[in-house]
Every structure is written in C-alpha cells, then in structure tokens.
Design a protein around this ligand. Structure first.
Ligand code: XBP
Length: 272
C-alpha cells in the first residue's frame, strides 16, 4: 500500500505561470487609480517575497510614503485597489489562454487514475483559482481537487503554515502522507512548517530564492520526453515527476539541504 495519499498543489507559478499576468494586472490597476508607479519584472521579483497581493500593495505603498490625503486610510485604499486588480487579473485569464505548466496535467491525470487525493493551498483567492482552472483545464477541473484552501479562508499568508494545515485538516490526513508542490521560498517554508515534504518547481521569477529543506528542486515537473533539470536534491534516478517518484520522496528521509530552522520564519502581516 502506498504511503502517499495526497498531493497538495500551490497555484500561482506552480500550476500555471500566472505571476506575469498578476504583475500586469497590478500595473493596470495602478494606472486606473492614478498611482505613479509601475512594477518592473525585477522589482516584482523582489516584491514576490511578500505573499498576497493586498500585502504586496500595502507594504509597497507604505515604503514609498504614498500620499493618501483626501482618500480613505491606506488599508481601505489597498483593499479597493486590490479588488480592481483582481478583476483585471481574471479578465486577463479569460481573454488570453494561460496553460498549465509542463507536466501538471499529466500528473493530475495520473494521480486521479491511481486514487491519489489532490488539494490546493494558495495565497490567492478562490475566485482566481476557479477562473484559472476552468480556463486551463476545463469546467470539471475543480472537482479533481478534494479541497481548495485559499486566503479567502485563512488570513495568515505563507510562510505561515496556515493554508497547509487547513488543507490537511480538511483532507483528514497526516502530513507524512502528503507531499507539496510549490514554487516559492515562502511556500516551501509553509509546507515544511506544516510537517510535509516539498518539491519545488522553479521559474525565472523564483529560481534564485532559498529552498532550504525542500526534498527536490527542479525547473519543471517534466514529461517523459521532456526531462526536468535538477537544481538540488536527489531525483532518485527519475527525470520527470510522477506518482512513483513522489512516493519514493516521502519514503526517503532525504532533503535537498538538510534541516531548516522554521522558528525564524518571518510570517507575513495580513491586511484583511
Ligand atoms: C501567490 C501569491 C499571490 C499572487 C497575487 O500565491 O503570492 O499573491 O502573486 O495574488 P500562491 P492575489 O503562490 O500561494 O498561489 O493578488 O490574489 O493575492
């Protein structure tokens, strides 16, 4: 019998390369609100260390001493701006097709065939995930996931383990029976703090982050005919992620960099 019972996926950057679309949506919302800033790719890479769009806007505007005189307070203003950003983001998802990352659809299909449970734990909103999955994977896609925990439900954002703990509770599973697929350092810390092993699929916006404690860091899930590149960790002879490799990973006591001190994680401040 398999030890692996569930795969818990992060969304942005992991299931699909959505962060560039998020960045464009932030910038369009800034324009609509007459905010004199535009986030460049390099600036956005830096800002990605702040989980959650609301928190990212709030901390950025605060750091710029943004003048909100004549407006509501900065928190209220941020919420209104973020709401508009989210509408623009979803319009973009619907207008232009954003496909899933390499290997994601294949792994989802295999997990379903083999009775491995799947879940989602993300810092974005439930509505954003629903629109993304419907567009990228079809109308039935949501039903493939036993639970979808978003930051509509949980105020503490990654690296807090809250979304992952919530997902585990909903699934009724122990962390040792689950593996997380993530793309960011904050997501990795959150998964580890919830007691799970993590596999990181990097991309240009996160490749330089610190993934200490991850079991495997690769550039993509890969396909049988398009292999991943191992950035750190032991791929145990495999060259793409499938259920068998995930099972081997949770059975092994190996991590890519040894133990990480989770006590020092700097949990983000929620702006809900
Ligand atoms: C990704 C994020 C999000 C998006 C923006 O979350 O941090 O903040 O960049 O989304 P995850 P919102 O990696 O956990 O999926 O503006 O909707 O917060």
């Amino acid at each position: 019998m398999r030890k692996l019972k569930a795969i818990i996926f992060d969304v942005d950057g992991t299931l699909a390369a959505t962060e560039e679309t998020h960045r464009q949506a932030f910038n369009e919302a800034f324009k609509e609100f007459d905010i004199p800033f535009q986030w460049s790719v390099s600036e956005y890479i830096r800002l990605l260390s702040i989980s959650g769009g609301k928190e990212r806007i709030y901390k950025f505007l605060k750091s710029q001493n943004f003048d909100i005189s004549g407006k509501e307070n900065l928190r209220e203003y941020t919420l209104r701006l973020h709401q508009r950003k989210s509408e623009i983001y979803r319009e973009k998802l619907i207008a232009g097709h954003i496909g899933l990352r390499n290997g994601v659809e294949r792994l989802i299909k295999e997990a379903r065939q083999k009775g491995i449970i799947m879940a989602i734990a993300t810092c974005t909103s439930t509505e954003n995930v629903e629109v993304l999955l419907k567009n990228a994977l079809g109308g039935a896609a949501l039903s493939y996931f036993d639970t979808l925990v978003s930051c509509d439900l949980v105020a503490d954002k990654k690296p807090s383990p809250a979304v992952y703990q919530y997902a585990l509770a909903n699934l009724g599973l122990k962390p040792e029976n689950c593996v997380v697929i993530e793309d960011t350092s904050n997501g990795n810390l959150a998964a580890l703090a919830a007691g799970m092993k993590s596999v990181i699929t990097t991309h240009p916006l996160t490749v330089d982050e610190d993934f200490t404690g991850a079991s495997l860091v690769i550039d993509q899930l890969g396909e049988p005919d398009e292999h991943f590149t191992v950035l750190s960790g032991n791929a145990l002879g495999a060259n793409y992620i499938d259920v068998d490799l995930l099972e081997k990973i949770i059975l092994s006591d190996h991590s890519a960099h040894g133990r990480v001190d989770l006590g020092e994680a700097d949990f983000a401040v929620a702006v809900n």
